[in-house]
Design a protein around this ligand. Structure first.
Ligand code: FES
Ligand SMILES: [Fe+2]
Length: 337
């Protein structure tokens, strides 16, 4: 069912609702329900003995938000008239009429949910079009994994995901951190299709301060970035340093609405595992803040899927492929997330 005040064209919403999106970190879950918005749909999320519950944040009695209620004896209690809902979603008690039969229709409107990689994923459709995107390093024991807080940006998920795949902005947006303005030239790189998206590899000659490996005497070394994009909004980046260290960033943009996005960032590394995360957190915050500054200002907010709408250069191979991939799953010409 299309949500009220849906900010997407109906066809785009239907397409996006059939993919898995993250809605919370598992570590945020408790027996205190909270609300989260995905694709303009308000959801309630909580943990019960029977597992996690993700449901529409709506009591079918009089439309109160269940996220304002509480959990008691493993049941969620609506704050308005105290109706209770059990782990199977069915209403178990109407306090005003404890002996009356409970209408069958009175139940939670749960959506598909799953915990993976420390995230809660949800799919608003009963029939997901593809599996939850892959993050293979998560189960590799040689990798340490961690995450920083999610970010809420006033931009579309398409713009934010494309920004993560963009290779020619480093010298400009992240000058002095990921590249320098004296080093803006982008080498040739190629893009290859994969099962649910595409991948590409790109070589950089600018030392990355997140890594303790200094490269050569000038701090310059060839390090590789390998990208894997899973439609619509999951981007995995493996940075391979000269001495074999790998830093992995799994960047997933969850569309809150057509012009607002919550970005979840998961990390894995097979080096420097004793190094405290504070320095990296500070650098990452700076980098993402630099990105946000541009991405919230891009117009149109929607990602133009029609390739004639914006002008492309050779370095944009990845973003051209991205727009084609979104078009390939059926999103509209000017895609509003
Ligand atoms: S609105 Fe939820 S119990 Fe009445
Ligand atoms: Fe960036």
């Amino acid at each position: 069912m299309i949500p009220r005040n849906c900010s997407f064209p109906v066809h785009d919403w239907t397409t996006l609702s059939s993919y898995w999106h993250p809605v919370a970190f598992c570590s945020d879950l408790s027996d205190r329900p909270f609300s989260v918005t995905l694709l303009d749909e308000e959801l309630v999320v909580y943990r019960s003995a029977g597992g996690i519950v993700v449901a529409r944040d709506l009591c079918l009695h009089r439309g109160a938000p269940l996220s304002a209620g509480w959990i008691e004896a493993d049941e969620i209690v609506c704050p308005y008239h105290g109706f209770r809902y059990g782990t199977n979603g069915r209403c178990t008690k109407i306090p005003a009429h404890p002996d009356a039969p409970i209408p069958a229709k009175l139940s939670l409107q749960t959506v598909l949910s799953e915990e993976r990689y420390g995230l809660v994923w949800a799919c608003l459709s009963r029939e997901p079009r593809s599996p939850i995107p892959q993050f293979p390093q998560f189960t590799d024991p040689t990798f340490q994994h961690f995450h920083f807080e999610a970010l809420d940006w006033n931009c579309s998920a398409g713009r934010s995901t494309e920004g993560f795949l963009d290779v020619s902005h480093f010298a400009w947006v992240h000058a002095g951190v990921l590249c320098s303005r004296d080093n803006p030239v982008i080498p040739e790189y190629s893009v290859y299709p994969s099962e649910n998206g595409f991948g590409f590899e790109y070589a950089s000659t600018y030392a990355n301060p997140i890594n303790s490996d200094p490269g050569d005497a000038e701090g310059l070394a060839l390090w590789r970035r390998l990208y894997e994009l899973t439609v619509p909004f999951a981007a995995l980046l493996v940075t391979v340093y000269p001495r074999g260290g790998q830093l992995v960033i799994f960047n997933i943009s969850a569309p809150t609405s057509a012009k607002r996005t919550r970005i979840y960032k998961l990390y894995a590394r097979n080096f420097d595992q004793d190094e405290p995360l504070e320095r990296m957190r500070a650098l990452e915050n700076r980098i993402y803040e630099e990105d946000r500054f541009v991405m919230e200002k891009q117009r149109p907010e929607e990602l133009p899927i029609d390739l004639h709408e914006e002008v492309h250069i050779r370095a944009d191979r990845a973003s051209i492929m991205y727009r084609k991939a979104l078009s390939g799953i059926g999103l509209g010409r000017t895609f509003t997330a």
